[in-house]
Design a protein around this ligand. Sequence first.
Ligand code: GLU
Length: 279
Amino acid sequence: MAGFGPVVTRFAPSPTGRLHVGHAFSARFARERGVRCLLRIEDIDLVRCRPEFAAALEADLAWLGLAFDGHVRRQSEHLVEYAAALGLLEGMGLLYPCFCTRADIVAAGHAPHGPEGSVYPGTCRALPGAERAARLAAGLPYARRLDMAEAVRRVGRLTRHEAGDGRIACDPAAFGDLVLARKDVPASYHLCATHDDALQGVTLVTRSDDLRAASDVHRLLQALLGWAEPGYAHHPLLLDASGRRLAKRDAAPTIAALRAAGLGVDEVWLRVERAPRSR
Ligand code: GLU
């Protein structure tokens, strides 16, 4: 793990909507822990992300008085780099094409539950070579999945450092064969975030508790690809008045709405501080 030297953190929102109080909490959590704190726009999902939301996120962060270091990295401008990382995993024999639709996966029957929902049943991992070649030759769309069992076998037991907990064991296998390159986007969150944290010299990954389990997968990718290992600090989620999670896609109060309602910067930060938390 990165040892001495200034702590480098990052705030990495996906521009799928306006900045809300949960984002503000997360951004300040990162800013307060980094001597350098980077801003990264995670916009590989071209359907859900919009450039106007990215511009608005940056404007809202500035209005809140949060400043970031260095240039703003936009993932959509770096697809070639993610393809290169995928190529390395491919060369290691750890990826396979998956032609399944969601319906195919449901039809395959009961699958164990993992941190991101049901675990892929492995249908396309077991495809006979000739069938796989025929489907590729026919130009059927496919995602690329990680052969998780093989990946875990190669790196052995892994641990990672979590603030407050120290060294903890990782369990990436709970995710099963994850998609590392989607059918519609030649990359995925896990791959891009881990790639960029390594490339950008992030030494402390800060983000909300809902991504805690994902950090085990990121640790696996680091071990496979020889990327530096950061520490991790997951923070509580903000909750609404009824104790439900203020999820990113739910109607969490946006900074723009609070501002339009006449709240000043300090009042908005008070809202953030007073919001109930998951722990
Ligand atoms: N882009 C992710 C999100 O908005 C956060 C990723 C991260 O911090 O690793 O949920």
